[in-house]
Design a protein around this ligand. Structure first.
Ligand code: MG
Length: 161
């Protein structure tokens, strides 16, 4: 089964909402980005694209595209799911790295929303701090890693090598 790895990091700044996995998290700062800055969904998108051999999020949604400014990352997920065509998502595992806010109490809600956006596939979500180390540990940014596993959609033949 093809597996893809995704990583993303966004800077935390004033006067932005904080969206993680499509869930609005109450916090004094939010993630800077051309889109809504949802670092978790971006990592998931790169994991999906990677597993399907479809390049990366920057190819699919170029920074210079003015129509993507402020775009809801949930819409980006929907577009990538449509790109997968002969693949179906089997499993997604996500690790958020944030010193603040504390995400432990939000893990269930974020995992549930990512799962919904992916059509109900199992999503496991872990939240870690960076132990006070570096820019992540100083609360300057939030990062996310994701792994996705795909399987051939029923009724499609697996390509033979
Ligand atoms: Mg991003």
């Amino acid at each position: 089964m093809p597996v893809g790895l995704g990583f993303d990091i966004h800077r935390l700044v004033e006067n932005r909402p904080l969206l993680l996995g499509g869930v609005k998290i109450p916090h004094s700062r939010g993630l800077l980005g051309h889109s809504d800055g949802d670092v978790a969904l971006h990592a998931v998108i790169d994991a999906l694209l990677g597993a399907a051999g479809l390049g990366d999020i920057g190819d699919r949604f170029p920074d210079g595209d003015a129509t993507l400014k402020g775009i809801d990352s949930a819409k980006m997920v929907a577009a990538v799911l449509a790109d997968l065509k002969r693949w179906t998502v089997v499993n997604v595992d996500v690790t958020l790295v944030a010193e603040e806010p504390k995400l432990g109490p939000r893990k269930g809600a974020i995992a549930k929303r990512i799962s919904e956006l992916l059509g109900g596939v199992p999503v496991n979500l872990k939240a870690k701090t960076a132990e006070g180390l570096g820019p992540l540990g100083h609360g300057e940014a939030i990062a996310c890693l994701a792994v996705a596993e795909l399987a051939p959609r029923k009724g499609t033949r697996r390509a033979r090598s």
